[in-house]
Design a protein around this ligand. Structure first.
Ligand code: GDP
Ligand code: MG
Length: 181
């Protein structure tokens, strides 16, 4: 049959090793495989929400290494994406700072392009590593609140549920942002 039309492009961003691929693969396959390599991939996937199939693409990005590119989100990525998942590790403060920079850049550039409400979800991953926590839940929640973003702390290693909720919530936000013009 005909391929369903892709209705949303979701970009997964964040520092290296925070679990961008683990979150993406967990959502797509329900599994955690531990090691993912540094390959950039775009997946197409559909989910049934209510009585319809929603088809969307997920771009699992690779963070550029050079320090001058910290916080960089390319024009191409920004133009492509309808919604953003910004991942940091609760054990890695610098990854939280990078997520903040990327979040502000998305807001700034989308606003310049006339988009007031680009849907963003901030994700604190590796919640299973409580003993190594370096970013409090409160800090994550406040950053999300001050930038009009969604917020979840999850463990891609431990559960499927967190990944599921993150993607479904973002798809809802993309749909709402369209219906409100
Ligand atoms: P990416 O570079 O952001 O795509 O990160 P990866 O998905 O490749 O994950 C980097 C490392 O962190 C891998 O060794 C994963 O097994 C590990 N990892 C990812 N998510 C979690 C998590 O929720 N908890 C723990 N403990 N480790 C995780
Ligand atoms: Mg990766």
């Amino acid at each position: 049959g005909n391929q369903p039309k892709v209705e949303a492009n979701i970009l997964v961003l964040g520092a290296e090793k925070v679990g961008k691929s683990a979150l993406t693969v967990r959502f797509l396959t329900r599994r955690f495989i531990g090691e993912y390599g540094d390959i950039e991939s775009i997946y197409t996937h559909s989910v049934r929400i209510g009585d319809r199939d929603v088809c969307f693409s997920i771009w699992d990005s690779v963070c550029p290494q050079a320090s001058e590119l910290q916080g960089w989100v390319s024009e191409k990525q920004l133009r492509w994406a309808d919604g953003f998942i910004l991942v940091y590790s609760i054990c890695d403060r610098s990854s939280f700072q990078l997520a903040r920079q990327q979040l502000l850049r998305i807001r700034q550039l989308k606003r310049r392009g006339g988009v007031e409400k680009a849907p963003v979800i901030l994700v604190g991953n590796k919640r299973d590593l409580q003993h190594r926590r370096a970013v409090s839940s409160e800090e994550g929640r406040l950053l999300a609140l001050s930038t009009n973003s969604g917020f979840f702390e999850i463990s891609a290693a431990e559960t499927y549920h967190g990944a599921l909720v993150v993607f479904h919530e973002l798809l809802d936000m993309v749909r709402d942002s369209r219906s409100s013009g």
